[in-house]
Design a protein around this ligand. Structure first.
Ligand SMILES: Nc1ncnc2c1ncn2[C@@H]1O[C@H](COP(=O)(O)OP(=O)(O)O)[C@@H](O)[C@H]1O
Ligand SMILES: [Mg+2]
Length: 400
């Protein structure tokens, strides 16, 4: 069955976006404070380096990557974006890669479906010409899953060889590929390192897993990619200069004839710690609140209400973070103590957490980018609104 004409994934981002877009990749115009990072990444990938973008969820990894790919395409580079999350087997992942690679030639998504049809003897249509899918015809006939996956991994190289252009492939949520087979990372590395004209970008959220994979001696991707730290770029929290937030927020509100002073922007950034999605969430809540109330100038009170609204809207992602912590030993207990500013090494109601375990939990929370060390024995949440969520967890139990 043919997928029909569907817009290219990069075109979607050019449609008018929501005001203060939330929850997915943002268009270039709403990507605050990442210019330097994007330029560095583009230069590296153009030069043939592989890069690693690891970091907690909702800090803008995907947004940044899609903009990097848009710029590379403008420079005449071929690109492919593959989300590893949700692929259920190696054939599925291989098909995603094949689609993304073929799109450079065919101009449409899901071209691999056409390749399969043509391989099965159907005549190419007006939309899809033989040379659009030629690259993948042999692959489309492959029945063996392992050989299919191998063949798909070779497509970026084949595209580069055929067109004489560099190819940049981005694997988002790369750690998720590990669930598709025990040797999958070894297979991928073996393929990738033999490909001269292809640069790879790896993105992922579960920092522990990715870090191990790329920096653990003897691990499949040991020293394969250059880590480009997004969360800590240029020494700013989450790598974004507060001045960039200031000008973005002021300009964005001015567009709609609303005003906000520097002190009010600071108030927002204090509450969110400059966390990208949290900040956008508060701004969006604030904007709609102002509009509904017919207010022109942002007040401290309005910001307070917007923060409460944002906290409610962020409950779902925060609940996911929280559930994640439940998988680690003592992480939730220690996180609660940090949230309440409690003594870290004392016993809690259910029995003492041994000091060594507390330290281990603190190290794990820091490795995940959730918690920062302030001073001896003092820690804080990097994402203040998440800290607030954790602080309120117990209250919620009491009122239920
Ligand atoms: N640089 C940024 N400027 C403005 N908003 C951002 C930025 N980075 C992330 N966001 C906000 O965070 C949300 C999630 O971004 P996304 O790229 O999906 O993050 P990740 O891939 O790290 O989970 C976006 O929808 C947007 O609201
Ligand atoms: Mg993402």
């Amino acid at each position: 069955m043919y997928a029909g004409r569907v817009p290219r994934p990069f075109a979607k981002a050019l449609l008018p976006a929501a005001y203060f877009p939330l929850g997915g990749p943002v268009p270039a115009g709403d990507l605050v404070g990442r210019e330097g990072y994007i330029r560095r990444a583009v230069a590296r990938l153009t030069d043939g380096n592989h890069i690693l973008i690891a970091g907690p969820r909702r800090i803008g990894k995907t947004s940044v990557m899609l903009e990097i790919l848009r710029r590379l395409r403008r420079k005449g580079v071929h690109t492919a974006y593959v989300d590893c999350m949700g692929a259920t087997d190696i054939r599925g992942l291989g098909e995603r890669l094949a689609d993304a690679v073929l799109e450079n030639v065919s101009g449409i998504e899901r071209s691999f479906e056409y390749a399969k049809a043509v391989a099965a003897g159907m005549r190419p249509t007006v939309k899809i010409r033989y040379e659009h899918v030629e690259l993948a015809l042999e692959l489309a006939r492959e029945k063996n899953a392992q050989r299919f996956f191998d063949g798909a991994l070779d497509l970026p190289r084949a595209l580069a060889a055929k067109t004489g252009k560099r190819v940049v492939v981005a694997f988002d949520e790369f750690q998720a590929a590990g669930q598709l087979g025990s040797r999958i990372f070894d297979v991928m590395r073996t393929r990738f390192q033999a490909q001269r004209a292809v640069s790879y970008a790896f993105l992922g959220s579960e920092e522990g897993i990715l870090e191990q994979l790329f920096s653990g001696k003897g691990r499949a991707f040991y020293r394969f990619a250059l880590p480009l730290d997004l969360a800590d770029a240029a020494g700013h929290r989450f790598g974004i200069d507060p001045d960039d937030w200031l000008s973005y927020i002021q300009e964005k509100l001015t567009e709609r004839k609303l005003t906000i002073g520097d002190a009010e922007v600071d108030r927002i950034l204090d509450a969110t710690g400059g966390h990208p999605q949290d900040t956008m969430q508060v701004c969006a809540a604030l904007y709609y609140l102002m509009r509904d109330a017919g207010l022109r100038a942002v007040t401290a009170e309005a910001i307070g209400v917007a923060i409460e609204q944002a906290l409610r809207e962020l409950e779902r992602p925060f609940a996911l973070h929280w559930a994640d912590l439940g998988k680690g030993k003592y992480l939730q207990q220690v996180a609660k103590r940090i949230a309440h500013g409690a003594v870290l090494y004392a016993s809690d109601g259910s029995g003492a957490v041994p000091r060594a375990e507390v330290l281990r939990a603190l190290a794990a929370l820091q490795a995940r980018g959730l918690v920062a060390h302030l001073a001896r024995g003092r820690y804080e949440f990097v994402e203040p609104l998440f800290g607030e969520y954790v602080r309120r967890l117990d209250e919620a139990i009491v009122t239920k």
